[in-house]
Design a protein around this ligand. Structure first.
Ligand code: CTP
Length: 415
């Protein structure tokens, strides 16, 4: 069984939260007793902290304690009868540089998913424009329940960052995964977010493609695939942290996209091909994470096809291979990194694609229960022509993105 990370791993010297305004939402749960310590550590990292509790959180921690440690009145009600103050959730949401809900119990989690807002914490969450983190805490069987797992996944697909629950003894007496991440680990996650870019890729322009492509059959139907675009978007986030200029060519994806990068939205493989060809010339590196449709309908109908026959056939023709085309024609200084999505004989297919498409590296991922399409996690193996392959664990796609860039640096694939 995995054990929780030792608290000593918290890098106390990091004060990246300096002058950052952090909203701490505390929901009801035994882990709320740890939140005064969380506030203390956030303050020590230089942050201003505004605490908002749900009414049930007050069964586990007092407003007085949280107000004293945060040096601001901790809030629970929309209206304070004593001072006559109206606690405006929109203002609070706009004030913050980051919002953290810790502990995030199952009730608050499901309300965040469905958009319910029967308390100040939830209305503020809906108004917040800043990045949001959740640190769930619940008993182990609750945590494993499919509805909780689906809710966690939904929020992550909407761009909320998960600080995963940790393993250890639980208040129920059971032992397993469900404890709120240690306050030090929560602060570490925020510090990492606010860390100044390491600038290792400063001066480099990188083309990333991501998402599925949709190939029209008629005006209302298309051939598509299950790609969400998350892996490519996380690669863009990691590139921004490294100081790169990023151009993202994005197929139909509903996910929030990073700010301050050039984004070209496309729908079909041919549009993606054109956009990539147009921009790759000005780039040093191309990272091709898109799930491009291999075929398109030869003659898409201009009108909705009626169901006049018992069967029908679609004539499909091959789309151009964007990666192959650009990597075969790249200049000496340019690098191309491809992805290989496989269901069987994964390694041999990935190595074959590395050679055939003339790639500098290929990232192999398989479709599995906890990874691949529609998942917020992935596990990959990275191959190059002359390095021993590197296999990751099952990790969040944001961690995989960081790891990929680090490997490309370590192996001097990108210099
Ligand atoms: N790719 C591409 N253009 C295509 C098809 C794939 O640029 N028309 C790229 C993908 O973005 C990915 C790599 O090629 O980086 C491998 O894609 P994958 O779907 O794994 O393999 P294919 O080359 O399509 O081959 P197959 O479907 O036979 O496995």
């Amino acid at each position: 069984m995995q054990t929780a990370k030792p608290i000593g791993e918290f890098r106390m010297h990091r004060i990246m939260c300096k002058n950052k305004r952090i909203l701490l939402g505390v929901s009801g749960g035994i882990a709320a007793y740890k939140t005064p310590e969380l506030v203390r550590l956030l303050k020590k990292s230089g942050a201003e902290v505004q605490v908002i509790c749900t009414p049930s959180a007050l069964q586990f921690v007092t407003l007085k304690t949280l107000s004293v440690v945060s040096e601001r009145p901790a809030l629970v009600d929309f209206f304070d009868a004593d001072s006559g103050m109206w606690n405006h959730h929109v203002e609070l949401g706009l004030w913050a540089d980051a919002m953290v809900v810790a502990p995030c119990g199952s009730n608050t989690l499901s309300k965040m998913v469905s958009g319910q807002c029967d308390n100040l914490l939830l209305t503020t969450y809906l108004s917040a424009r800043c990045p949001v983190w959740i640190a769930p805490a619940m008993d182990l069987d609750m945590y494993q329940h499919p509805s909780v797992q689906e809710h966690l996944q939904t929020l992550q697909l909407r761009g909320v960052h998960l600080i995963d629950a940790e393993e250890g003894p639980l208040a129920s007496g059971l032992e397993g995964k469900g404890r709120m991440a240690e306050p030090a680990h929560i602060v570490d996650a925020l510090n990492t977010h606010f860390e100044v870019p390491d600038n290792a890729w400063k001066g480099k322009t990188v083309l990333v493609n991501a998402g599925p492509t949709y190939e029209p059959i008629d005006p209302v139907r298309f051939i598509g695939n299950r790609s969400s675009g998350l892996m490519g978007i996380e690669i863009c986030n990691a590139l921004i942290q490294k100081g790169a200029e990023v151009i993202l060519v994005l197929g139909p994806s509903h996910l929030p996209v990073p700010e301050n990068i050039k984004i070209i939205r496309v729908e079909t493989a041919l549009e993606m091909f054109d956009a990539c060809c147009q921009h790759f010339g000005q780039c040093d590196v191309g990272i091709f994470a898109a799930a491009v449709s291999d075929y398109r309908v030869a003659q898409a109908s201009q009108e909705k096809i009626k169901k006049n026959h018992d069967s029908m056939q679609l004539d499909l023709i091959k789309n151009p291979d964007i990666l192959s085309h650009l990597s075969q024609t790249k200049k000496a200084h340019q690098r191309c990194i491809g992805f290989a999505l496989e269901t069987h004989n994964a390694e041999s297919f990935a190595l074959e694609k590395l050679q055939r498409k003339n790639l500098d590296a290929i990232v192999m991922n398989t479709v599995g229960e906890n990874s691949g399409f529609q998942s917020t996690q992935n596990s990959v193996v990275i191959f190059t022509k002359n390095q021993a392959p590197f296999a990751s664990n099952v990790q969040s796609k944001s961690d995989i993105a960081v790891l990929l860039l680090e490997k490309l640096d370590d192996w001097h694939v990108v210099e």
